[in-house]
Design a protein around this ligand. Sequence first.
Ligand SMILES: C[S@@+](CC[C@H](N)C(=O)[O-])C[C@H]1O[C@@H](n2cnc3c(N)ncnc32)[C@H](O)[C@@H]1O
Length: 265
Amino acid sequence: MRWSILLKHRSLRLERDQRSDTLNPTDLLFGGMEKLGPGGDVHTLHVLRFLPKHQFDVVVDAGCGKGRQTIALAKGLRTLVHAVDSYEPFLNDLTRRARDAGIEHLVQTHCMDMKDIPDAFPHIDLLWSEGAAYNIGFPNALTTWAHAMDPGAFAVVSELSWLRERVPDAVRDFFSTGYADMRSMQQNMTIAENAGYTVLGTYTIPTEAWVDGYYEVLEPRAKALMRHPDSSVRELAVDTIKEIEIFECSKDSYGYVFYVLGIAA
Ligand SMILES: C[S@@+](CC[C@H](N)C(=O)[O-])C[C@H]1O[C@@H](n2cnc3c(N)ncnc32)[C@H](O)[C@@H]1O
C-alpha cells in the first residue's frame, strides 16, 4: 500500500490483517499514526487552494485510510466529506479523530471498495484521492471515477510517479518489483486525458514531506520490529527499511504527484 510503496506486499498483508485479530504487522508499524503515506495537511491544502472553486455539494475521499487528508478537507471546505475505504479499522480511527476535532458532522465514512464509487455516489463534484488510486490501477481508477463526475467537477488524485529519466539502478530495480506500474508524469497526464479529464495542473510534494512525520516515525519503529518474534512482522520491518534506503539514494527520481483534473462543464 502507499503507506509504503511496496504495494503488492502491503496489499497482501492488509488482506490477511483483516482476517486476523491477533497478528497485525500493519498496526504494529503504523499504530497511532494519522497518515499512511507521505505528505501533510499543508500539501493537501496547497492543492485545494489551486482549485478555481471551493464550494462543493458531493465530496468523496477515495481510499481515505485514517483520513488525515479527509479532516483537512472537511475543515478547509466546511462541507461534508464522504470518506471511502475498504478497511474498517481505519474508518473507525477516522471517526474517532473527527469527533475529537469537533467535525464529526462533516465526515461520513463508507466501508466499501473504491471501484464501486460511481454506484454509491453518481453525482460527485469533487473526488479526492491521496496515494490510494493505484490499488485499483491508476488508469482504471480515473476511468471508473469519471463515470461518477458531474460536468464541471474536479478530481485530485495523487500517484507515485517517475520525475526524471535518469534513475539510479538500485531505485529502478527496487520498483521493478515494488511498483512496476509506476509511470512518468507525462504518461499519467495522458492517461487522465484519455479518461476524459483536462489536466489543470500538477503538484509534487517536496522531498522533506517523505521524512516529516512519516519516515522519521517509521524508521525507528521498523528497526525495533526487526527483532520481533513473528516473521511477517520482521519481513514488513525489513521492507520498510529497504524502502527508506532506496528513498535516500533516489536523487529525486520519483515522487508523489498530485494530478489536478477537471471534467468539462
Ligand atoms: C496508502 S493508503 C492511503 C491512505 C490515505 N489516503 C493517506 O494518504 O494516508 C491506501 C488506502 O487505500 C485503501 N484501499 C485499498 N484498496 C482499496 C479499495 N479497493 N477500495 C477502497 N479502499 C482501498 C487502504 O485500506 C488504505 O487505507
